[in-house]
Design a protein around this ligand. Structure first.
Ligand code: MN
Length: 509
């Protein structure tokens, strides 16, 4: 269900009339060339093969405050536009930008580049100097952004340098996530798991800050939709399961088990229809409120996550929305994204690890191999044995991300981890991941806990921390990273400084 509309980034080049039409003609041509190269590079990396993709669109060179104001307003009114990239090829007196920047509602990337890469030592003259002067034109633009206190990302380097393009691309993916976030609707079936603190939060603030609409439903609303699913649809979904997964012998030979699998399929179809009709991109369930459903949705949740829906268990709407935004940001990249929970530890000093899993709900997009479809009793909840996909998560680099409501702001914490080979776990009937967090479990978990990080996370093998850092900045929320360079002493200081910063900001000082 990942949407496939074309989204655009606008490439804006600033200049002024001082240089005459010949120079401005060259500025425009160079600007188009850079925008078209970014379009090719960023577009190639974004989205899936054969799908509409992110485009970088070149706009006419801006030489007056009126033109700047008009294009910033136009960007704000165009739903396809997810951000603007600004570059001052020549000097563009920045007072002209104040009116436009005041009204700019889209994420801003200041691209501090230059059309020519090298200085032509033997031929350089004043005409060349006047044309290629972003070295000071961009400083003037940077000043006004800082003076106005604008949140933006600055990328420095030549536009054909792959490292530079990658940095722009990271920001572009975050802008796609931000765009999704602003219109994201989350369906909650039932409320929060009773008494749990970290999964709670201020939904009004979340709507103001992140754009999320969180709608609550009695699980009966879902149950009645599930009951209405025609048997023939259930039957064809069972056929699909048989085609895709390895079904355990117990299911195919045991009538009671097959009946439970059919119920799981019915839940999947009812849920899919409910979310589709309501325009939802993410949802939550809770095992404490399953009235009218015969089993906890496990298989259904796993398969919907694989289709692109965000999910949070036990009413965790923050993680559900975050997982959805992460899936949108990671689209077309190798590796998947899932809801995850730090479950239990291996504390052997020679190799400490975290075993991550959930009751049932881990997304098959991060599976190493073809998942097995199994039915097992759930030790809590007192319902029928739920169907679930069982698999081990692929090995490699990953991140864990959590979102918290600290009372006066939202805080995102990200930890880089390495998913490692797991021994056989013959008696564990759920999907699981085994990982080593950076810079080692002791420092990682201590830092995470000092930051108030949740047990629920968005776990991604597609994204890196930079994607989420940009996303947090665009959303105006706090961002903390735990990685190979983290020390407890420095992390504690960062927490204190941030408390001070957000305390002052909340008071408007
Ligand atoms: Mn949980």
């Amino acid at each position: 269900m990942l949407k496939t509309e074309t989204k655009t980034l606008w490439f804006l080049t600033g200049s002024q009339h001082l240089y005459g039409s010949e120079t401005l003609g060259k500025v425009a041509a160079n600007s188009r060339e850079i925008a078209s190269a970014l379009d090719k590079e960023i577009g190639r990396a974004s989205y899936d093969e054969g799908q509409p993709r992110l485009r970088v669109v070149s706009k006419p060179v801006l030489t007056t405050s009126g033109e700047i104001l008009a294009v910033c307003r136009e960007a704000g009114n165009d739903p396809s536009c997810i951000g603007v990239i600004c570059w001052m090829h020549t000097f563009s007196p920045a007072q002209m930008w104040i009116g436009g920047l005041k009204e700019l509602k889209k994420p801003l990337l200041h691209f501090h580049t230059q059309h020519n890469r090298d200085i032509p030592w033997d031929t350089i003259d004043m005409d060349f100097m006047n044309l290629n002067q972003s070295a000071h034109g961009d400083r003037e633009f940077g000043f006004i952004c800082s003076r106005m206190g604008l949140e933006r990302h600055v990328v420095t380097g030549h536009w054909q340098d792959q490292e530079v393009v990658a940095e722009v691309s990271h920001w572009a993916r975050a802008a796609l996530g931000r765009d999704e976030s602003l219109s994201l609707r989350v369906a909650r079936f039932g409320d929060n798991m009773r008494d749990v603190a970290v999964t709670e939060g201020d939904k009004v603030e979340a709507r103001m800050q992140m754009g999320w609409t969180v709608k609550g439903y009695g699980v009966g609303d879902l149950a009645s939709r599930v009951d209405d699913v025609p048997d023939k649809d259930v039957q064809s979904l069972i056929t699909e399961y048989k085609d895709i997964y390895s079904l355990s012998g117990k299911i195919t030979q045991d009538q009671a088990a097959l009946r439970r699998l059919k119920e799981a399929a019915r839940i999947e179809l009812g849920l899919l229809e409910f979310l589709g009709d309501g325009g939802f991109g993410a949802f939550t369930t809770t095992f404490e409120d399953l009235h009218g459903l015969s089993q906890l949705p496990g298989l259904a949740v796993q398969r919907l996550m694989e289709k692109g829906y965000g999910f949070g268990a036990e009413g965790d709407w923050k993680t559900a929305a975050l997982v959805r935004c992460m899936k949108v940001m990671g689209r077309g990249l190798e590796g998947g994204t899932s809801f995850m929970e730090d479950y239990t530890y291996h504390l052997d000093p020679s190799g400490m690890k975290v075993l991550g899993a959930h009751m049932l709900e881990v997304c098959p997009s991060i599976s190493a191999a073809k998942p097995k479809l199994e039915l097992h009793p759930l030790s809590i909840g007192g319902k029928d044995d739920p169907a679930r996909l069982v698999f081990t998560v692929a090995t490699g680099k990953a991140i864990n991300a959590t979102l918290l409501d600290m009372g006066n702001r939202f805080r995102m914490v990200v930890n880089t981890v390495t998913s490692v080979e797991s021994p056989d776990l013959p008696r564990l009937p759920v999907a699981r991941a085994l990982w080593v967090p950076d810079p080692g479990l002791r420092i990682a978990a201590t830092s995470w806990i000092l930051a108030g990080g949740a047990h629920h996370t968005g776990f991604s093998m597609a994204l890196n921390p930079v994607h989420l850092e940009h996303f947090a900045l665009m959303s105006g929320i706090e961002f903390l990273l735990i990685d190979a360079d983290t020390t407890i002493r420095e992390f504690r200081k960062e927490l204190r400084w941030n408390d001070l910063y957000y305390g002052i900001r909340a008071k408007g000082l």
